[in-house]
Design a protein around this ligand. Sequence first.
Ligand SMILES: C=CC1=C(C)c2cc3[nH]c(cc4nc(cc5[nH]c(cc1n2)c(C)c5CCC(=O)O)C(CCC(=O)O)=C4C)c(C)c3C=C
Ligand SMILES: [Fe+2]
Length: 478
Amino acid sequence: MSGCPFGHTSDPADADRSGEPTAVERSGEPTAVVTSQEAADGDSAAAASTGTSRFSRRGLLSLAGVGGAGAVAGLAAGFLGHDVVTAASASAATPDPGASVIPFFGQHQAGITTPAQDRLHMAAFDVTTEDRKELIRLLKDWTAAAEAMTTGVPTGKTGAVDGPYDAPPEDTGEALDLPAAKLTLTFGFGAGLFEKDGKVRFGLDGRRPDALIDLPHFPGDDLLPGRTGGDLVVQACADDPQVAVHAIRNLARIGFGKVRVRWSQLGFGRTSSTSRTQVTARNLFGFKDGTNNLKVEDNALLDEHVWVSSTARPSEQWMAGGSYLVARRIQMHIETWDRTSLREQEGLIGRTKGAGAPLSGGDEFTAPDFALAGREGAPLIPLDSHMRLAHPDQNDGVRMLRRGYNFTDGSDGLGHLDAGLFFIAFVKDPRTHYVPMQLALAKGDTLSVEYLKHTGSGLFAVPPGVEAGGFIGEGLFA
Ligand SMILES: C=CC1=C(C)c2cc3[nH]c(cc4nc(cc5[nH]c(cc1n2)c(C)c5CCC(=O)O)C(CCC(=O)O)=C4C)c(C)c3C=C
Ligand SMILES: [Fe+2]
């Protein structure tokens, strides 16, 4: 514990821990905020020039050392009420070199095409209230909290330590001293929000988009009810797991009495890159994953395959600019895999393990040649390989934006790790962009048939981004 009443440490080593020198924050200066596009472009220099800024969690805390606790409390009352604070001048807003803030507001929700962070905490909630006004209140409160936390600010007007001594704090506190860590919060609505047990909920008659289907049962599915479904979902991604967990925990706390957590999933080691500025990471099979993913730079392809268009059917109009989130908890039989030869592993994926190049030759980003045959006349990229079966050429040109994470959730009690890939994909329409491919993989992909088991599932309509003053999904309630 530091001597500071706000738990702030003044150890310079701490500032360096995340790779984000915080001299700016330490002096109480505002922290630079990156616009969605700049964040997507990974352009922190451009971000610096915008001058949009507000005080960070750490900046506020460090003010205690500058102006004393009273000054901080006064500032907290003003700043923590979710009003965006603009810097007096752009030059005052010295950029945070870590560009640790990804703005919550924007045309699309953050956490889809913004560069995938290292950590995930996703939670699905059942809505327990049947009162439309309470649901809207919750979405407004979540919007305010999300905007605060993604900016690195505690939730509520008084945060973790400045509220009445005899009341529970408005923020749980475990993210005090931590930077925003590129936290993004992405919200989605499940089918159960619209109707449950044959009854329409929240007056949302006729508002359920046709694309928000009940996913069919796929061959090999072994879904657990406690890991499947949900009326609401929140995807928290950050470069610090504590920041992601803090976000989900505080949203759950704010929702007390209106929602309860149905399932939640922690993830590490992103298994996809969503920007060409990122290197391709590896999944728990040891293969590069995300090589041929859709990337933020592929604007036209994103419009074609990820974003719901403004010319969508009337029942989907409120979704224009949004997307559909498919979540699948996929257990990987890693012990069996680890006893499989390298030759077979590469044949199952269709790429080399080292470089991630297609088995038809070239480097990681060389286009695969599915027709090229080896000495014995068989195609170099096997007919039952995962890459061949998932490639757009085999799927009517369909593509998806994958944004999954590795997980290990202890052991299965039978001597194996419960490990795998928490598959997340954003698509324009799951009927065309997910179901047919999943069916093909479940039937013909030897990787899926012999090494994978789907144990959890969810499909959620992710509304478009929120403008300042608005709230998550407000078009649905208009
Ligand atoms: C239904 C969609 C998909 C599921 C489920 C899925 C699971 C899954 N994938 C890997 C490993 C790799 N997948 C790769 C490529 C790839 N996978 C999908 C779809 C699903 N994967 C697509 C659309 C693609 C891209 C195909 C292409 O355009 O070439 C790769 C190769 C590298 C890459 O491009 O990402 C790997 C490796 C695992 C381990 C897994 C479930 C646990
Ligand atoms: Fe895949």
